[in-house]
Design a protein around this ligand. Structure first.
Ligand SMILES: C[S@@+](CC[C@H](N)C(=O)[O-])C[C@H]1O[C@@H](n2cnc3c(N)ncnc32)[C@H](O)[C@@H]1O
Length: 267
């Protein structure tokens, strides 16, 4: 799905600074208590967790426990290897695993998830799981990207005859990303799942995805883009994607923009 090391390198170029700005800008959406038990879903290789989220939480809360989870063991291995922190535990876990999360019923006061839920299928299941593990009055804080140059091209190429046969059940072609209005789609599902006081903000930033070279460096980290494409065509898919990004940006400079959905809600 992802190459953990490449993901860390390439997201350091712009994604991480965007997340940091968003957290600083929307921190007022969160109410802090003296003691917090925090869950993160989709922590990846740990840099956002430690360098952004835990750094921010430490300034607001004196006593907290933080469980950072991710589906992929290689992400957790890299996080555990590189980031030791007294209050933080990294653990492999799938947010769609209904049995596992029964053990954490009403355990957490806050749930964070950064750039994860836009690719997790079966939203009714993950919404039910995060609702059940959250304490009454607990809060969720989610950041998703609704569109960016890589996703625009991935959706467009996957609909072409040449590629569509390989991309039928592609990990990065989620209902959220394919929706005409991803924001209202996800908000309605959260509302149906019982969440209240839902607040949403859309933030748009520019990226460095403007030319072939920068785009190629970025998309290489997302190994699921072409995972079902035959070996001999894999690179052709990425090349076509990055050539198209460069052409589109020449036509419209806003093509390189990335949109984030920032969502908070209460149980
Ligand atoms: C784009 S990365 C974001 C990583 C990190 N939060 C960051 O901001 O850099 C998305 C992460 O979600 C994880 N993920 C995908 N599906 C998941 C699932 N079902 N349960 C838990 N994590 C999942 C992936 O393994 C990946 O590490």
């Amino acid at each position: 799905m992802y190459d953990p090391k490449l993901y860390r390198e390439t997201t350091n170029l712009f994604v991480k600074s965007h997340i940091k700005k968003i957290i600083n800008c929307y921190s007022n959406l969160l109410n802090w208590n003296q003691n917090e038990n925090i869950l993160e879903i989709g922590c990846g290789e740990g840099s956002t967790t430690i360098e952004i989220l835990v750094d921010f939480i430490s300034k607001n809360v004196s006593n907290f426990n933080y469980l950072a989870t991710d589906l992929l063991q290689p992400m957790i291995n890299l996080a555990t290897n590189d980031y030791l922190h007294d209050h933080v535990t990294f653990k492999q876990a799938d947010i769609l695993d209904e049995k596992l999360w029964l053990n954490y019923k009403e355990c957490f006061t806050k749930i964070f998830s950064i750039l994860c839920f836009m690719v997790v299928p079966n939203p009714t299941i993950w919404i039910k799981n995060i609702y059940n593990v959250l304490k009454q009055n607990g809060q969720i804080f989610l950041i998703l990207t609704s569109t960016n140059p890589m996703m625009k091209q991935h959706i467009s190429l996957s609909q072409q005859e040449k590629w569509s046969k390989y991309q039928k059940s592609n990990f990065f072609l989620s209902d959220y990303l394919l929706s005409d209005n991803p924001t209202s789609w996800i908000i309605q599902l959260l509302r149906n799942g019982g969440f209240k006081d839902i607040q949403q903000h859309e933030i748009v930033y520019d990226t460095n995805l403007k030319d072939f070279k920068s785009a190629y460096q970025f998309v290489k980290a997302f190994t699921s883009l072409n995972e079902n494409i035959p070996e001999e065509l894999k690179d052709e898919y990425l090349n076509e994607m990055c050539e198209n990004i460069e052409k589109e940006v020449l036509n419209d400079e806003k093509y390189s923009y990335i949109s984030y959905d920032v969502i908070s809600a209460k149980k």
